[in-house]
Design a protein around this ligand. Structure first.
Ligand code: 5AD
Ligand code: SF4
Length: 419
């Protein structure tokens, strides 16, 4: 979502004034730090980064802080770092061209509706497009700061989405990544128009776009994975067979304290349904360890779900208390060392599973969409189920979807040869 917000800002700046991206900090006239605040670490890094930029930037260069940390700290950023020229919250991306010329502008409202704003176009990768389908989040997971920084959920009208993807396809994108905090809750609320369209219907509509060959989306919520959605996922040939199912915890009582809306059994049931409908699908997940009150048996439940589902990709985090969240006020916080030990155990077990999954790929054939030239005469791409591939080749492979046989496996990527 942040990467897409950055692309939108670049596009808007290009439309208004001819800014160009630079690799050299001392050449920049404008420095934008687009921030995340979902965990504590990136927030702490912000102020040291500002210090580094101050040291090496041109004296006339402006610095702006944007994104979720901008939303939650607002004016305080300029108080703590007066060299910052403007602060622009995650819900106000379309105002970028206004704030760059307004000394100490702070635009951080979380109820600004930019769901129908027609952003200018910019893609960091010409072969793939990212397209937002909703803004904000209506859930109230007790650990999560996002509803406080991105505001209430509003779906983007489906016609606008189709229009944006059609334009991207016309300029070379065969793949789209649909983005939202909670994509399969799509259609619950629109800003001004009265549309009736849920996520499954949206997927059907998008898959009719001629020339579009691959559809990905992130992130869906396990609570909204009804059978109709999973059947569409399994049966629609344009939908890539990779699905992120964020678990957070395997313990039903912790899931309740997190206000996730499902139990351990519901979660496993949804994953089993995915495997039954679509055995080739790769399932990935997010897990938080050390959430307040997490006991040893709670953590064992998480390990148990890992064993049962055998996630292909795991994004795992030590719980960090965030401002404006309910869980930050819970009195049963977990000792950081215990959380650290649990995280290590979870990650090591997952590494073993991943090694088994990847080793089993030797000799397998996947359809790979090549989208990046690498050093050493190599080209990279992704299989339908999201695996990273490298093959020997040149730019003529770029933009093509070709059958590739796995010749060497490793944990993070597969080496292959084009058949
Ligand atoms: N502490 C640790 N991890 C968190 N996440 C969200 N909030 C927190 C927090 N307070 C994780 C969740 C989410 C992912 C994007 O970040 O796993 O799915
Ligand atoms: Fe945060 Fe929960 Fe919304 Fe995801 S669904 S963004 S974890 S509040």
């Amino acid at each position: 979502m942040n990467v897409r917000d950055s692309e939108h800002m670049i596009a808007e700046l290009n439309r208004q004034e001819p800014y160009e991206l630079t690799e050299n900090l001392n050449e920049a006239d404008l420095i934008i730090i687009n921030t995340c605040s979902v965990r504590e670490k990136p927030v702490a890094k912000l102020f040291s980064e500002i210090g580094v930029f101050n040291k090496y930037k041109k004296p006339s260069a402006k610095i702006g802080v944007t994104g979720c940390t901008a939303s939650h700290l607002g004016e305080e950023i300029i108080k703590r770092a007066p060299s910052v020229d403007f602060v622009l919250g995650a819900r106000n991306v379309s105002k970028i061209t206004q704030v760059i010329n307004q000394k100490h502008a702070v635009e951080v409202s979380t109820d600004f509706d930019e769901s129908t704003y027609d952003f200018a176009e910019y893609r960091s990768n010409p072969f793939k497009a990212m397209v937002n389908i909703s803004i904000g989040c209506d859930k109230s997971c007790t650990f999560c700061i996002v509803p406080a920084t991105r505001g209430e959920e509003i779906s983007i009208p489906s016609d606008l989405i189709v229009q944006e993807i059609t334009k991207a396809v016309a300029t070379g994108a065969k793949e789209v990544m649909l983005l939202g905090q909670n994509v399969n809750n799509y259609g619950r609320r629109f800003g001004s128009n009265e549309e009736q369209c849920d996520f499954t219907q949206l997927l059907r509509k998008i898959s009719q776009i001629e020339g579009l060959e691959r559809i990905r989306f992130t992130s869906p919520h396990p609570l909204h994975m009804d059978d109709a959605f999973l059947e569409e996922f399994a049966n629609n040939p344009k939908i890539c067979k990779q699905i992120h199912v964020p678990l957070q915890s395997g313990s039903t009582s912790l899931l309740k304290a997190m206000k996730r809306g499902y139990t351990k059994e519901n979660f496993i049931n949804r994953c089993e349904k995915i495997r039954a409908l679509c055995p080739e699908a790769a399932i990935s997940t997010d897990i938080i360890v050390g959430f307040p009150g997490e006991s040893d048996p709670d953590f064992e439940d998480t390990m148990d779900v890992l064993e049962k589902v055998r996630f292909e990709q795991l994004f795992s985090f030590k719980y960090s208390a965030r401002p404006h969240t309910e869980a930050a006020t819970f009195t049963n916080q977990i000792d950081s060392d215990i959380a650290g030990e649990r995280l290590t155990r979870l990650q090591s077990r997952h590494t073993e599973i991943l090694d088994e999954v990847m080793d089993a790929q030797l000799g397998a054939v996947h359809q790979v969409y090549f989208d990046e030239l690498k050093s050493g005469g190599r080209v990279s791409g992704r299989s339908d189920d999201g695996k990273l591939f490298f093959v020997q080749g040149s730019e003529e492979l770029l933009g093509k979807i070709l059958p590739v046989k796995v010749i060497k496996t490793s944990r993070g990527a597969l080496d292959g040869e084009v058949l």
